[in-house]
Design a protein around this ligand. Sequence first.
Ligand SMILES: *Cc1c(COP(=O)(O)O)cnc(C)c1O
Length: 392
Amino acid sequence: MAHPPEYPYRLFAPGPVPLSEGVRQALAEPMIHHRSEAFKKILRESLNLLQHVFQTRQPVMILNSVGSGAMEAALVNTLSPGDEALFIVAGKFGERWWKMGQAFGLKCFALEVPWGEAVSPETLTATLKKRPTIKAVFCQACETSTAVAQPLREIAKVIRQHAHESLFVVDAMTALGAMPIEMDEWGIDVLVAGSQKAFMLPAGISFIALSDRAWKMATKSTMPKYYFDLAAELESNTKNETRFSSSVSHIRALHTALQESFAGPKLARTIARSQVLARATREVCTQVYQLQIYPKAPSSSVSALLIPEAIQDKNLTKILLNKFNLFIGGGQDQLKGKIFRVGHLGHISDEDQLFFVQALGLALKECGWAAATDHSITQAVALTRQLLTSKE
Ligand SMILES: *Cc1c(COP(=O)(O)O)cnc(C)c1O
């Protein structure tokens, strides 16, 4: 392969993700006023299209914040200081919500799940039986730090059965739009998502919707809030406005992304695309490059692969970046240097994926990993081609 500057920058992170040409153009449009009729129309259409992505009849709201702001909004709008809440902590993002709960004076319980594993419905059942007065259960749909997909439908059933009063609050930051999630059908009470992951936008806005049960709890919530007061935001949305200045450029880009990738049947196609990329990545990595998948319950948004011990000090991610201008995620905290994470989100073309498997093979070879040879790289390319064109 030739000299680095010849390669365009390729993002294979689980957020931020590569943007489409259409989204980049939308971001470059001249400014218009956020109280103009032209913008109100874009906002209304975007809010309506978001309901389809969330699979909900409830209104979806747009917040001017990164995803963590929506996580905070979910918490401060539904609960009151001293309320008991259970946090499923299976990685860094679960930990973040648990810390937030403490910062806001909730009585926090953590259901700690070993990293790399999904929560077991049995363990959750046992925990809820001990604490039937829990007001909310917080969980990630995909715990991005470990690439685990949580069994949301089963979790929802367990909560309804053993903690009738409890809300089910879900952070679907890397999952919504890349994995099937049906808010109403599955009984999710609060669902939050961010822009820079499956929604294929820059970081900066986030999305949230509440069930009837959650809105009812919201009327009783005494948690201090102002910027993230969702009842006030919803009130403004009924006039096709946001409460404060709208992030006009972001929302126009959102409108474009929704039309391009999520409207009507496109939602299912976009989810299927992530699934195909995930499968292709995992099969090539395990069957051809002889790597092991880290999580026991892999998601289709992001894959985590164990870096073989023999090459753990060789800095695979740096080689990919310096030689091939390709960014993959590393491991965080206890997984630093032990795994690498590959995103299956955003505008990743077949050519990008083929480039990735070759670059990965060459980088593994440079690290001295015996299973990465010229021959296996050729095999990896052939297998990727085959998997990208297969319908399932
Ligand atoms: C990215 C991410 C977030 C939010 O990150 P921000 O930097 O606040 O946008 C939250 N939860 C999960 C699971 C994520 O992947």
